[in-house]
Design a protein around this ligand. Structure first.
Ligand code: COA
Length: 231
């Protein structure tokens, strides 16, 4: 890991990522964004503003300046034409990643506090085969919160999936297979109908990182969807 940079080491060099562990403010005001969070609680306002400062800094590296980033009616970010991107925030951490659509087809990033999931959520988030994998990994590598890592991987999958398909995806419609040694994961989308196949999204591949042992630091996951192969 480079310093305390979570995502930089996980993403290809064509992806520009900016993260912050402190709150940031823009020098100019974005009225549309402020109206969107006018009634939100202060923590939501802070994460919303700071992650957008990160996103604008990342967009600057792609040559886009001063873009307001108001979520659409499904809460998905609206990026400038020719850009794919993703944002995440959790307590004490915010990050945004962007890339040109000339280089990457889809992008999803997610950060979570590194701690096990509440037991009552396991059946909602993890398939039976994922719960078995978590059991095996826990016995070999107890320092990592593998259940939370799968949750984060699924959030990254959703953030890459939704802008490309505009379809909901349930936690139990995606199976994550983790590689503990390579810090990578494989996602199999088992979604209803032929949506995944039509969009050539039946599988996705991602990478993960854990700061410190479970109970300390953050987990980070990311997905990049490569450009379709030219036949
Ligand atoms: C949308 C969702 C993935 C956000 O994840 P989260 O861990 O709650 O929150 P994060 O801070 O990591 O991410 C929030 C950001 O996600 C992005 N986001 C929200 N909805 C999105 C969507 N439909 N598509 C893509 N990105 C979206 C936004 O940029 C948001 O930040 P903002 O509200 O400041 O604009 C989550 O709330 C959710 O609805 N999950 C259910 C769907 C799902 O994950 N299914 C699993 C499929 S395998």
């Amino acid at each position: 890991m480079k310093g305390n940079d979570i995502f930089a080491s996980l993403l290809p060099s064509s992806v520009y990522v900016v993260q912050s562990r402190t709150e940031l403010e823009d020098t100019e005001s974005y009225g549309e964004e402020e109206r969107y969070i006018a009634n939100a609680v202060p923590e939501r306002q802070h994460e919303f503003r700071t992650v957008r400062v990160c996103a604008r800094r990342a967009l600057g590296q792609l040559g886009h300046a001063g873009i307001a980033l108001v979520p659409d009616e499904k809460r998905a970010p609206v990026w400038p034409a020719g850009v794919v991107g993703s944002m995440t925030h959790c307590v004490g951490f915010r990050a945004a990643a962007v890339a040109s659509t000339n280089d990457i087809r889809g992008l999803g990033i997610d950060a979570e506090l590194h701690a096990s999931l509440p037991a009552e959520t396991l059946d909602i988030i993890l398939l039976p085969e994922e719960q078995r994998m978590v059991g095996e990994l826990n016995s070999r590598y107890p320092e990592t919160a593998w259940d939370r890592l799968i949750f984060s991987a699924k959030e990254s999958v959703f953030k890459a999936w939704f802008p490309l398909t505009r379809q909901w995806l349930d936690f139990l419609e995606c199976r994550i297979i983790l590689d503990a040694q390579a810090h990578s994961f494989h996602a199999e989308i088992q979604a209803k109908g032929s949506v995944a196949a039509e969009h050539d999204l039946t599988v996705m591949n991602g990478r993960w990182i854990a700061e410190g042992p479970s109970g300390q630091g953050l987990l980070g996951t990311c997905i990049t969807v490569p450009l379709a192969a030219v036949c």
